[in-house]
Design a protein around this ligand. Structure first.
Ligand SMILES: *[C@@H]1O[C@H](CO)[C@@H](O)[C@H](O)[C@H]1NC(C)=O
Ligand SMILES: *[C@@H]1O[C@H](CO)[C@@H](O)[C@H](O)[C@H]1NC(C)=O
Ligand SMILES: *[C@@H]1O[C@H](CO)[C@@H](O)[C@H](O)[C@H]1NC(C)=O
Ligand SMILES: *[C@@H]1O[C@H](CO)[C@@H](O)[C@H](O)[C@H]1NC(C)=O
Ligand SMILES: *[C@@H]1O[C@H](CO)[C@@H](O)[C@H](O)[C@H]1NC(C)=O
Ligand SMILES: *[C@@H]1O[C@H](CO)[C@@H](O)[C@H](O)[C@H]1NC(C)=O
Ligand SMILES: *[C@@H]1O[C@H](CO)[C@@H](O)[C@H](O)[C@H]1NC(C)=O
Length: 825
């Protein structure tokens, strides 16, 4: 914009007390001043500017607000989006009854505010939030006193602290509308807003529309987030809220760091609602997240009463108890007709219907719903049963134990499955459906194989487990028919021992992959050819079978690109087997610590691995439901898939063996020398920050190709961490970089940045270490990093081999073996 100052038709005395650099500018118009084309208002803090502009290749003039300090002009609000002015004769002024009006060349009103109240001394002011407000100058500057504000009439962008939603008292609906195109700010047909029916008490949710067609639903607010928006989680960038009271229903967000610029934008071209963040270093808007994300986000893609599961093929499945309306169409992947009940409901006959509990769902479209925030789940169930058109119910708020009641009528539309989010939904079923077997648990009868090595009890054991599994299944059916609902888990895939014995050729030595922290690992091949890795837990967990199963069930749900996938288990008093996906490239330590193999892992791959581990750890610490502290992160616990993507293994096992899994103090140290944070090794204090310490050590190992443990032998008593710190202080960090990689292509800045981040992670005090989401951001950006202080383990304190080691009690002779030790204090 070619704007060099403020041209006011009438001069006035300007009192501006702020001492900042913007003091030569104005932020407001009082009657009878006006603003003509070429002049601008600038908010007091200098964040926003208001004036006339021409978008894209258009010739028209519009009045708008844009960021003052952003190189790429970003218009966040337009006054007259559909009534442009031809030429530069536009004039913005306050008229005789105190409204802001935009006049064209022959003084006719092109656009105006429509305040119902007239101010004695009207003033129009551009605030530093980007809000343009009309108020009475004599009123105190408070929000309730605004006679009109631009935040009530959003364009295509939602700024921090703007409300997306309804004011139920005034009837005002604040929605976002994409521009028609880059040249025309007049609303296109892509819009976003809160929808619900206050009269019918339907459950509010946010809907993206294309014209009148539903395009994407966030799902209703469940107290923690939108039911269908698992990405809405505590994050370093912004905080968010959804308010739902008698007076107002809206979504809003606020930036955590006021010097970061981030907005929500509706984009007509891409049909995406994006969160963009301004990256000043490179002067671009970067996409932080966007909706819809995948095929399952497409509204109603699977039709009625079906569930969309993004990792399945095909993605659509009828909900349990339902079958395709047209099998033929369904088979040809035309899901539009959806699914119908396998057995009809018997509403009129008492006690003929019950409910099946589904977990991890995005709940259905709420157009035909009803909500009461003060009813409990039991009352909710009764209310649903008493109404023949009710098809499902659940808590309206899932915070804590859950509260409130929402029920659905008729077909259930736009349901999807999340592996690690979503919520419970109780779907009404005819009694005949309730007793049916759980087809998620497959029990295969495998002819037991010959048993070698004198383990003659194997056959008997296998048979016993098989019987036991059958019994489990029978128990399950009995419970379901007793309470009329299948509250049982469908989530724990059980393998039977003969299957695994066959797959691993009876745990043959040839198939042994290694000895991990909690037992031996074997390679195996299932009947269908699928390769697996079986961990045979060797030490007693101190937990009962049921607790162990519960624990495993939780671990199974942790799914992330950078975690090794747990496929299932086989648990019986004598044998505890965990079945994982097989990783062909073994573990990271076999590469980085080996001269020859190490050369195969050039820097770009190493960097990718570092970032992947950080993301996996972030998921464990922050994004998963459980908040898992790994407690034994190290190179041998990072496995590599066929594309050398890193996958963290053995996560969650500390929960099993450590007992206490929230942050705290433990008597039972699980970990590995060289990786353990000082407060954990010496005082048994563990937290996500002790994992961050291990991560820091791991990063230094990946960069140097040197083992943390045993490093001191060749380096005058300095640990790897101490050595890294010494070189960093001297400004010669590059000396740490793996010698074998120095000649090959590498990004020096990236190498140094990794060392720097590594050092920040191994700070002595847990408080000085960044959390994992900060680590992820640090690795991915080029912003300045804080300076590290002297790290923990500067010099060798614990002698790994010395007899005076306070921890030698159960220390194994195997290198890098995890230690599991009682009473470390
Ligand atoms: C805009 O104004 C120019 C001259 O000022 C005129 O030639 C043109 O026709 C006008 N366009 C419209 C759409 O009124
Ligand atoms: C000021 O503008 C408003 C809105 O356009 C209009 O209703 C009102 O009549 C105008 N007042 C005068 C004195 O022109
Ligand atoms: C002035 O505006 C009116 C509409 O309000 C329009 O009909 C008329 O043509 C305009 N006059 C000129 C000279 O453009
Ligand atoms: C005020 O104007 C907006 C358009 O800018 C319109 O949507 C709204 O209905 C008007 N409100 C009143 C009370 O007239
Ligand atoms: C806020 O962001 C700026 C710019 O990215 C950064 O320099 C500053 O350190 C951040 N402040 C806090 C408290 O994180
Ligand atoms: C919409 O997306 C296109 C393509 O990514 C981009 O060029 C354009 O700037 C976006 N528009 C807005 C308003 O962000
Ligand atoms: C919601 O439930 C409570 C408790 O059962 C009841 O007192 C209240 O009237 C209900 N509200 C509505 C709108 O039905």
């Amino acid at each position: 914009m070619e704007i060099f100052g403020c041209i006011f038709t009438i001069s006035f005395v300007f009192l501006f007390l702020s001492q900042n650099v913007f003091s030569s500018t104005v932020d407001s118009i009082r009657s009878p001043q006006s603003l003509s084309d070429g002049g601008t208002l600038i908010s007091q803090g200098g964040s926003f500017e208001l004036g006339f502009f021409t978008p894209g290749n258009s010739n028209n003039r519009y009045v708008g607000i844009w960021y003052k300090n952003i190189l790429v002009q970003t218009v966040v609000w337009v006054a007259n989006p559909c009534n442009p002015i031809n030429g530069s004769s536009g004039l913005l002024t306050i008229n005789g009854t105190g409204n802001l009006v935009l006049l064209d060349h022959n003084k006719s009103v092109v656009w105006s505010t429509n305040s119902s109240k007239q101010a004695k001394k009207p003033i129009v002011q551009l605030l530093d939030s980007g809000n343009l407000v009309l108020r009475d100058e004599e009123d105190v500057n408070s929000e309730t006193m605004y006679l009109w504000q631009s935040f009530d009439y959003p364009s295509d962008k939602l700024l921090p602290n703007m409300k997306l939603g309804w004011d139920l008292k005034s009837g005002l609906k604040r929605r976002l509308s994409a521009w028609k195109n880059w040249d025309d700010p007049c609303p296109g047909d892509f819009t976003a807003g809160v929808v619900f029916d206050p009269q019918l008490h339907t459950f509010p949710e946010i809907l993206l529309l294309k014209g009148a067609t539903k395009f994407y639903r966030t799902g209703p607010w469940n107290g923690l987030r939108f039911s269908g928006a698992p990405e809405l989680r505590t994050n370093p960038l912004y905080g968010y809220d959804f308010v739902y009271t008698e007076d107002e229903v809206y979504y809003t967000y606020d930036l955590k760091n006021k010097s970061v610029i981030s907005i929500l934008v509706m984009n007509q071209t891409t049909s995406l609602r994006e969160r963009l963040t301004w990256i000043e270093e490179v002067k671009v808007w970067r996409t932080y997240s966007s909706l819809p994300r995948d095929d399952c986000d497409k509204y109603g893609v699977c039709g009625a009463n079906a569930n969309c599961i993004i990792n399945d093929n095909p993605i659509c499945k009828c909900l349990k108890g339902f079958k395709p309306k047209s099998q033929e169409k369904w088979n040809s992947m035309d899901w539009s007709e959806g699914c119908v009940r396998s057995s009809p409901l018997n509403c009129l006959e008492k006690d003929k219907d019950g409910f099946i509990k589904f977990s991890g769902l995005k709940v259905p479209d709420t157009t035909r719903s009803w909500v009461n925030k003060s009813m409990n789940l039991k009352e909710c169930r009764a209310k649903c049963l008493s109404d023949c058109s009710c098809t499902a119910y659940t808590n309206s708020d899932i915070t804590g134990q859950g509260s409130g009641c929402v029920i659905w009528y008729d077909d259930l539309i736009d349901v999807r499955q999340f592996s690690d989010a979503g919520q419970d939904l109780f779907i009404r079923m005819s009694r005949s459906e309730l007793g049916k077997t759980n087809d998620n648990i497959k029990i295969r009868v495998v002819v037991p194989v010959a048993v070698v090595g004198g383990v003659s009890g194997m056959f008997l054991l296998g048979y016993f487990i098989w019987r036991r599994c059958l019994k489990d299944r029978t128990d399950r059916n009995e419970t379901s028919s007793k309470n009329g609902s299948q509250e049982e888990d469908m989530e724990l895939p059980l393998f039977n021992l003969p299957t695994i014995a066959t797959a691993t050729e009876n745990f043959s030595v040839d198939n042994k992959l290694g000895e991990g922290g909690f037992g031996s690992v074997y390679r195996g091949k299932l009947e269908d050819g699928k390769q697996i890795a079986v961990k045979r837990l060797s030490i007693s967990s101190g937990q009962g079978e049921k607790e162990l199963k519960n624990e495993v069930k939780l671990i199974v749900k942790l799914q992330h690109r950078n975690l090794v996938k747990l496929l299932g288990c086989c648990i019986q008093e004598e044998e505890k087997l965990l079945v994982y996906e097989y990783m062909p490239n073994k573990s990271l330590d076999s590469f980085i610590f080996d001269q020859n193999q190490g050369k195969l892992l050039e820097w770009s791959k190493r960097f990718k691995i570092i970032c992947g581990i950080a993301r996996g750890l972030q998921y464990l610490h922050q994004d998963s439901r459980l908040r898992v502290i790994h407690r034994d992160l190290k190179a041998s616990n990072i496995l590599l898939d066929s594309e050398m993507n890193p996958k963290i293994s053995d996560f969650g096992l500390a929960r099993i063996f450590g007992g206490d899994q929230i942050e705290g103090k433990t008597n039972r140290i699980i970990g590995t020398y060289g990786y353990m944070a000082p407060e954990y090794a010496f005082d048994g204090l563990f937290s996500i920050k002790s994992d961050v310490f291990s991560f820091g050590v791991l990063v230094l190992e990946i960069v140097t190709g040197k083992k943390s443990r045993g490093f001191h032998h060749e380096n005058h008593g300095l640990t790897l961490v101490g050595h890294a710190w010494t070189l960093h202080k001297e400004g010669s960090s590059f000396g740490l970089f793996d010698q074998h990689l120095r000649e090959s292509h590498h990004n020096l800045k990236q190498v140094l940045r990794c060392i720097h981040v590594g050092l920040l992670c191994v700070q002595k005090s847990p408080m000085d270490r960044p959390d994992t989401s900060t680590v992820v951001v640090m690795l991915g950006s080029e912003s300045e990093l804080p300076q590290p202080k002297q790290p923990g383990y500067f010099t060798e304190i614990v002698s790994a081999k010395g007899d005076n080691s306070p921890m030698k009690a159960e220390f194994s002779s195997t290198n890098d073996m995890s230690i599991t030790m009682l009473e470390a204090r």
